[in-house]
Design a protein around this ligand. Sequence first.
Ligand code: SF4
Length: 328
Amino acid sequence: MPLTLPNELLSVRGLKAYFYTESGIVRAVDGVSFTLDRGECLCLVGESGSGKSTVALSILRLLDSPPARIVDGEILFNGKNLLTLPEKELLQIRGGRIAMIFQDPQSSLNPVLKIGDQIIEQIIQHKKMKKSEAKKRAIELLNDVGIPEAERRVNEYPHQFSGGMRQRAMIAMALSCGPEIIIADEPTSALDVTVQAQILEIFKELKDKGLSILFITHDLGIVAEIADKVVVMYAGKIMERGVVNEIFDKPLHPYTRGLFECLPTTMKAKKEFPYIPGTIPSMIDPPKGCVFHPRCRYKFEPCDKDIPKEYPVSDTHTVACYLYGGGK
Ligand code: SF4
């Protein structure tokens, strides 16, 4: 069994997930490693197309294959590699010990089944429970996530719930089997601001209760609220990582700095609308050297030749940029 540290619950090591398309091989995730410890919240941050969701789907082997294929790496959960686990064992972990919440609850819930029946089905699949007990548990869970009149609403269909209530129901479903990890992929992006704040409160409470959370978002405001650790991704690679205070007090990678400069609160003081020039490159034919170099205002001699390593700037903070090592 591969070596893991005692507090380490999930360890993604050297993950490469590629899509084999007619136009070529899309290197969506290209050598990503991080660990999620027990009881912590790790936020994966980056623009759309940075590979965050592909990482999330890879963990539970939910990528459609073809065209996707995990070509390298390990994903260790309690020391077991999920990528090589027999499907039967993986089914017990998926939805049971590791649950996932997606961005759009509308498309994640079955529109023709009652909310309660969908939660009950999940409970019965993973726990040896009678249907009547599972229904009682479903009502408790809906209550816990703040659904009013849960006893009545358990019998309603998804279209009878508002967007915020549907996401609460998704969280109830994710919690139904007592998972050790929740992977939340942009769970508040489809909701309006007031509902976003309420859903975020639920995640904070779950974290306080000791649940480990892998939270995927492009919103640095959310990261400030909930993260213990932050991993910044760009074009399938990790640009910077650190504990939340390090990243917010001293963002170092030019990409991370660009993300902070584009925050509305930072923008107010400026006359010009700040932005990171250019777009995420094609991952079929990524730029040579540092993948960020075509957009980087600090690029210098080594940047378009070799890929920078992650250079440590403290025990917990690393930056994949030649400004912090290797290039001088
Ligand atoms: Fe910019 Fe060079 Fe650092 Fe890449 S390695 S972020 S191009 S300075």
